[in-house]
Every structure is written in structure tokens, then in C-alpha cells.
Design a protein around this ligand. Structure first.
Ligand SMILES: *Cc1c(COP(=O)(O)O)cnc(C)c1O
Length: 471
């Protein structure tokens, strides 16, 4: 493709992109295709001869678009959001045009230094102590793996990297039953082993019970196990419960255990001074992760991982093969040593674009509005006698169910499951579920970039009407 052809197609694409952003509501939120439908429409073999870009674009529109679930649709209430925004998209265009591989400082000094500065901006925005240093990772899962590996090395005096896990004794990791599955995955692949992940029961509000945590750790110690890491969550995946960081931190501090805090979703709410209580006890935290690619309008992927002591992280990951030796080593940040992959995308650019475009106040206003939508929705749910709230609302997540009288628990579960599918099949809204104390729980997250209270009200009307027509 010549630069002239590129220019022509790029202009066409930008028109398409702007139209999409304007009209995203016209699409069914959840893709309505059947399994295999898209696969079967794509040729079995790659083309031998070059094809014009126009035929690619035509297929993108006709073959691919029907198989897209529209995460930027304002009526996307499922999972946690993967928000983007126009300033993020524009910066990502520049990133892919530069195509820089930012593994070390020398391979693009601006990428390393902008990343360092953006992590300082974010650290200060979310009120982490100033000794924390940050690095952009691809996902919270990777960051949590980095935390568990760092904890493993620190606990064992940096011996497992060298001697293997068999040398270490039995390490133990603690989290609550509501913790994200990425923790279990990290424990599995760290060599610590899944059966050494201890899931502590939660209190009525689905937050980790620190009294039971301490009991479990002391019991483990008495049996000769080696407590290595506690993972606390602010904003659990199911209900956005907030674990008590101060009480947990005091235990970790007293017993010398690494404390990692997973704030993948709720971390963004820490930019609001009135939500910074969630991280009360921050002085005990060793590592913290949150995802600007969830709630902070920065397109996937962009995870901010912060550590109190960067040297532990670097010591855990560092290797120095001959071809990566440089004259600037030790003077600058070579982020390849701060995580698993060697190769790194220039992700700081989109974060810079987003933060500057919204401004801190603009970001705060959006996040506050999302939280107020959730509170309003909860009020509307509470005012309907045939609906029931199933968890307290902490940020932008509302957990509830349709609970008409005269149904058994089992029938109620079936009814809510049917309701969930029927709503998603309508294409008008998309929500997902969780299970709380055996109850099939509908879960609406009011945190999409484009959602307004009008959307939430309309979705709630649709949900109520659909539910009542099921009976
Ligand atoms: C989404 C989420 C994760 C996983 O995030 P990825 O970036 O997709 O790996 C981990 N923990 C919590 C609490 C989450 O909500």
C-alpha cells in the first residue's frame, strides 16, 4: 500500500469510526450470531494474490460487524466495562503508526519516560504514597502474577527463581471467596500450587473477614506452612465489595506477609477524594493494580501496576543477556525487567491523551455520574416489591433479582436466568450474572463511557416489563 493509498483509506476509516461512535446505539449490544457462523464465512485459505483494501473493508462491515459485541454501547451493563473514548482511539492510531517496541529505554526513550511520568500522575491521582513506582502492564492478571512472583521471591530470600519451588517449603496465599479468578491462575502458574490458595470466608457485605484471615494464617504457621502473600480486593468482580485494607494490612505487617491489592475496576474511583477511604491502610500495601482499560476511558490494554519497592520487582524478573546490555543501564527504567513480556507496546501515549483531554475534573465528573446512576438504579429497584437487592452498592455495580412471591428458590433462579437471556437476546441491553449465597443474581454495571441516566431508566423499564411478562 502506497502512502497515497494509505491516506485515502485512512480518511475513509476515520469517517466510518466517527459514524460508529455516533450510531453505536443502533447495533444490538450483544452479538446475535450462532457459534461457527463467522468462522464459516471466512475463506479456509489465505489469498495467494494481493487483494484491494476495499474488499477487506467490505468484509469487515459485512462479515465481522455482525459478530461484534458492542462494548461501547451505552446499554452495555455486563461484566466490567472495557471503555474507550475518542482521545484514546486517536492516540492508539499514533502508537500503531509508530509501531515502536518499547522493551528498554533505548528502544524509545520517550515511551519509557512518558510511562514513568504517567505512572506518577496516576499514583498521585489515586493517592498512593509517594514511594510507589508504577509500570504499565497488559492486564491485571499479569500484574497479579508479578505480585505473587515477587512475594514468592521476597519470602524465600530470592531462592526459588534459582533453585526451583521444591527448595521453598509449602508457601501459602490468601484471598477471599469473592476474589477474581486471576489470583487462582497466578498461584497455579507460580509453582505455589492451587491447593495452597486459602479462600477466606466473607462477611455479610461480601468483603473478606480479617478475623478469619488471621486465624487461617496462624493455623497454617503452626502446621509449618509459609504464609507468602495476601490478596485483598477493592471492588470485587461479583458485587464490588471492598475488603478492609487497614485490618488486613495490620495482619500482614505484623506477620511479615506481602499485601497485594487488586483494584482492577474500583481503582479508578480512587480519583474521587470521597472514595479514597477504600484504600485506608495504604501504608501497609506492597503492590496495587488497577485497570485504566476498564473504567478510565483508555482502550484495552492498559493496566497500571504499582509497587512500594521496585527493586524487589526488578530482582524477580531481571535477566541480562548480552544483546540487551546498554550504556544507560541503571540510569533509566528498562521496563522489560518490570514484568513478564520482553516486548512492550507504547501504551502511555493513550493514557496521556485521555487524561489531558478530560482533565482531572472531567474524569471525576464522569466517574461520579456513573456511581450516581448505580445509586439511582438501586433506589428504583428497592421501590418495586417484586424485586430484591442482593448486595450493597459500593461503586457502579448493582446486584439484584426478580423475586415475585410464591416461587421457590430454585424456581426463582430459573426465572432470573431466563430473564437474563431474554434481555440479552433482545439486543437492547446486555447484563451478566453472578451467584450470591446460591442465588442467581443479576448484575448491572452503570459505568460505560456513553451511558446516561436516561439509558439506565429505559433499561430498567425494559427489565421490569420483561420480568413481569415471564410470570
Ligand atoms: C477484571 C478484573 C481482573 C482481571 O483483569 P484483566 O486486566 O482482564 O486481567 C482482576 N481482578 C478484578 C477485581 C477484576 O475486576
Amino acid at each position: 500500500m502506497t502512502p497515497e493509498e494509505f491516506r485515502k483509506h485512512a480518511h475513509e476509516l476515520v469517517e466510518w469510526m466517527a459514524d460508529y461512535m455516533e450510531n453505536v446505539e443502533d447495533y444490538p449490544v450483544k452479538s446475535q450470531v450462532a457459534p461457527g457462523e463467522i468462522f464459516n464465512r471466512i475463506p479456509g485459505e489465505a489469498p495467494l494474490q494481493p487483494e484491494p483494501f476495499d474488499s477487506f473493508l467490505k468484509d469487515f462491515k459485512e462479515v465481522i460487524m455482525p459478530g461484534i459485541t458492542h462494548w461501547q454501547h451505552p446499554d452495555f451493563y455486563a461484566y466490567f466495562p472495557a471503555n474507550t473514548s475518542p482521545p484514546s482511539v486517536l492516540a492508539e492510531m499514533l502508537t500503531s503508526t509508530l509501531g515502536s517496541q518499547c522493551m528498554i529505554w533505548e528502544t524509545s526513550p520517550a515511551a519509557a519516560e512518558l510511562e514513568e511520568k504517567m505512572m506518577i500522575w496516576l499514583r498521585d491521582l489515586i493517592a498512593l504514597p509517594s514511594e510507589f513506582e508504577g509500570v504499565i502492564q497488559d492486564s491485571a492478571s499479569t500484574a497479579t502474577l508479578a505480585a505473587i512472583l515477587s512475594a514468592r521471591e521476597k519470602t524465600t530470600g530470592f531462592t526459588v527463581n534459582n533453585d526451583g519451588i521444591a527448595s521453598a517449603g509449602t508457601l501459602r496465599v490468601y484471598c477471599s471467596g469473592q476474589t477474581h479468578s486471576s489470583v487462582e491462575k497466578a498461584v497455579k502458574i507460580s509453582g505455589i500450587g492451587r491447593k495452597n490458595l486459602v479462600k477466606i470466608p466473607v462477611r455479610d457485605d461480601f468483603s473478606l473477614d480479617p478475623v478469619l484471615l488471621k486465624e487461617a494464617i496462624l493455623l497454617d504457621k503452626s502446621k509449618g506452612y509459609i504464609p507468602c502473600c495476601v490478596i485483598a480486593t477493592i471492588g470485587t468482580t461479583g458485587t464490588a465489595a471492598v475488603d478492609p485494607i487497614r485490618s488486613i494490612g495490620e495482619i500482614c505487617h505484623e506477620l511479615g506477609i506481602w499485601l497485594h491489592v487488586d483494584g482492577a475496576m474500583a481503582g479508578t474511583a480512587l480519583i474521587l477524594p470521597e472514595f479514597q477511604w477504600m484504600l485506608d491502610g495504604r501504608e501497609y500495601v506492597d503492590s496495587f493494580v488497577f485497570n485504566p482499560h476498564k473504567w478510565m476511558f483508555t482502550n484495552f490494554d492498559c493496566t497500571a501496576y504499582f509497587v512500594r519497592d521496585a527493586s524487589t520487582l526488578i530482582k524477580t524478573f531481571e535477566l541480562l543477556p548480552e544483546y540487551l546490555k546498554t550504556r544507560t543501564r541503571g540510569i533509566v527504567n528498562d521496563y522489560r525487567d518490570w514484568g513478564v513480556p520482553l516486548g512492550r507496546r507504547f501504551r502511555a501515549l493513550k493514557l496521556w491523551s485521555v487524561i489531558r483531554s478530560y482533565g482531572i475534573e472531567g474524569l471525576r465528573e464522569k466517574i461520579r455520574s456513573h456511581i450516581s446512576f448505580a445509586c439511582n438504579l438501586a433506589d428504583m429497584i428497592k421501590s418495586e416489591p417484586d424485586f430484591e437487592m442482593l448486595a450493597p452498592v459500593s461503586i457502579s455495580v448493582v446486584c439484584f433479582r426478580f423475586a415475585p412471591t410464591g416461587f421457590s428458590e430454585e424456581q426463582m433462579n430459573a426465572l432470573n436466568e431466563k430473564l437474563n437471556h431474554q434481555l440479552n437476546d433482545s439486543g437492547k441491553m446486555y447484563l451478566t450474572h453472578t451467584s450470591l449465597n446460591g442465588k442467581y443474581t443479576l448484575r448491572m454495571v452503570t459505568a460505560q463511557t456513553n451511558v446516561t441516566m436516561e439509558h439506565v431508566k429505559r433499561a430498567w423499564e425494559l427489565l421490569k416489563d420483561t420480568a413481569r411478562s415471564l410470570e
